[in-house]
Design a binder for this molecule. Structure first.
Ligand code: ATP
Length: 545
């Protein structure tokens, strides 16, 4: 290793270089920037030789960190993921704003879900329904009458929270374990007036779920998209619930976003699922096990189906598809389990209902519900609207009212928390490395000139930035040492950092660094875009480039 000085626009810059024999030739490579003075350079070179785990070297593996929900919330605020809504006015409980990095992550989660569940399949189409709709929808669906929560207050610590009807008799405070007092039922739907003049206005609701718009539009969508059973209709959109006690950061909020599918089948074909069921092993908690106070057991989905714990192949299929979506984006299945609804917990029309639960920092909680809704919703809307919602069964030539065999439904906020929790690691220096799947990463690559005052390096880096920006959300960063720039990007999950150094001028190549292990490779600028495309899609692994 040796130190070299370069003069750029009248300023001196020092670099550490190394000679290596490659294919019979001796080649010199820049391995670190050492600063602007000889003294600084000598000191840094000495440190580097003693401790070569620096900027250009491979770093030690990171460690998964167990976080509290407050630590996640603080990190999210500090790094521009999520802020309390309108914090300058003290915020508003249950409402959150997403910052520059968080809005990208949220959009990427939704885009990945849409891609896998709508674009990648022929049997599901998407819609985008209104947030405020005719209030008769919510009367027909049963929300006005039955979508109720029971508010309880702890007799000792005054903690407020909600319980379901069947939990009331045995409810204890979820903070201190003391007895609770019921404050009665309430409807957690936000109301508003449609029409500015009060006498003429209509009472309306902000939708508490996206699903009902799928049912009201069912017939039109089926006709327009020429869907044949079995098929699904999906939607991503805002929903509002006036929760008694919003808590645990974005886990329980009042303004949420849901990703929902209603999957329709011919009621006579409940047992016929034409799709392959991925046989994932997962912790399972059946209703029987819950009644006997037993712990969940790891079980393969197909085993659970053959033992009739999971009732229908369709339920097994949707449980495994939902798990698989999280797994394909890097989530660890150890932190997931499936829980069957108890007999008095599920609706009377449902053959079976399951929740996908996740081990959040505050315990195992519902991440996603997968309900069997039978023909309940469509028949309610037929009855209340007087419109025929039956469709033609091409095989029999008879009209039928399809049933919803599965309604996989979950909140974007809860998925966001899962991916943050899964990705958060720390390296041996105690720096955060957010190991988000590249498909979810808010910024796909950061581009740096090694020296910000070197006009040639800056111009190459800016040119690369401009080119990559056509396709991805990428970042140009020239402030601070390269090590600092790496650390800054590791913290927000940027999977690849691209550095332009003095060799780039002659060789037209750059270094590309992998966030997850700090390894670096040199790559021709002409191949950069294609390589990045393959790395981001998962088609190529970093070690193979
Ligand atoms: P919970 O029991 O946690 O209140 P739920 O059973 O009422 O949830 P569903 O009505 O089944 O929830 O809604 C489907 C999904 O929407 C939930 O699994 C969850 O991911 C999400 N969700 C529901 N309410 C909220 C909320 N207040 N904040 C964030 N996400 C929510």
């Amino acid at each position: 290793m040796f130190v070299v000085k370069k003069e750029i626009k009248g300023n001196d810059y020092y670099y550490l270089r190394e000679s290596k024999r490659e294919k019979g030739k001796v080649v010199a490579k820049t391995i670190a920037y050492l600063g602007k003075s000889k003294k600084e350079a000598e000191k840094k070179a000495k440190e580097y030789k003693l401790n070569p785990k620096q900027e250009t070297m491979e770093e030690k593996p990171t460690e998964k960190k167990k976080l509290t929900i407050d630590e996640i919330a603080n990190f999210c605020k500090r790094k521009g993921f999520v802020y309390p809504s309108a914090e300058i006015y003290g915020g508003l409980a249950g409402f959150w704003d997403y910052g520059p990095i968080g809005s990208e992550l949220k959009n990427n989660i939704k885009a990945q879900w849409w891609k896998q569940h709508i674009h990648a399949r022929e049997d599901i189409v998407g819609i985008d329904g209104a947030i405020i709709t005719n209030p008769k929808v919510w009367e027909a669906s049963g929300h006005v009458e039955n979508f109720t929560d029971i508010a309880v207050v702890c007799k000792k610590c005054k903690n407020k929270f909600k319980v379901d009807e069947q939990e009331l008799a045995t409810a204890k405070c979820d903070k201190c374990g003391s007895d609770v007092e019921s404050k009665g039922k309430f409807v957690p739907m936000f109301t508003t007036q449609v029409g500015p003049i009060e006498e003429d206005s209509t009472l309306a609701y902000l939708r508490p779920e996206t699903a009902q718009l799928i049912f009201t539009n069912f017939k039109l969508v089926q006709e327009n998209a020429r869907m044949k059973l079995p098929f699904g209709i999906a939607q991503i959109g805002k929903a509002f619930r006036n929760e008694i006690a919003p808590r645990n950061f974005i886990f329980r909020v009042r303004e949420l976003e849901q990703m929902e599918i209603e999957y329709f089948i011919d009621p006579d074909k409940k047992e016929e699922c034409p799709y392959e069921i991925e046989d994932i092993e997962i912790k399972l908690l059946s209703s029987d096990m819950q009644e006997k106070n037993e712990e969940p057991v790891p079980m393969k989905i197909l085993d659970a189906l053959s033992k009739k714990i999971i009732q229908l192949p369709w339920h097994a299929y949707w449980l495994s598809s939902s798990l698989n979506w999280f797994r394909s984006l890097g989530a660890n299945m150890e932190n997931f389990r499936i829980r069957q609804h108890l007999k008095d917990e599920k609706s009377h029309y449902s053959t079976d209902t399951w929740d996908l639960e996740y081990k959040f920092p505050f315990g195992w909680k519902e991440l996603q519900g997968i309900a069997d809704r039978g023909t309940y919703d469509l028949s309610q809307h037929e009855k209340n609207s007087g419109k025929d919602l039956k469709i033609m069964n091409n095989e029999t030539g008879k009209k039928i009212l399809p049933m919803v065999v599965a309604e996989p439904s979950f909140g974007v906020e809860r998925a966001f928390l899962v991916f943050m929790n899964e990705a958060y690691t720390e390296n041996e220096k105690g720096n955060v490395v957010l190991k988000l799947n590249p498909k979810l990463a808010p910024i796909k690559a950061a581009i740096f000139p090694l020296v910000k005052k070197d006009g040639k390096l800056v111009s190459i880096a800016k040119e690369i930035h401009k080119d990559l920006r056509q396709e991805w959300n990428v970042l140009y960063d020239a402030t601070g040492s390269v090590g600092r720039r790496y650390a800054r990007n590791d913290e927000i999950g940027t999977p690849f950092c691209i550095t332009v150094d003095s060799d780039s001028i002659e060789k037209q190549d750059v270094t590309i660094r992998n966030r997850d292990n700090g390894k670096q490779k040199r790559i021709k600028i002409s191949k950069l875009k294609d390589t990045l495309r393959k790395l981001l899609s998962g088609e190529t692994k970093f070690k193979n480039i």
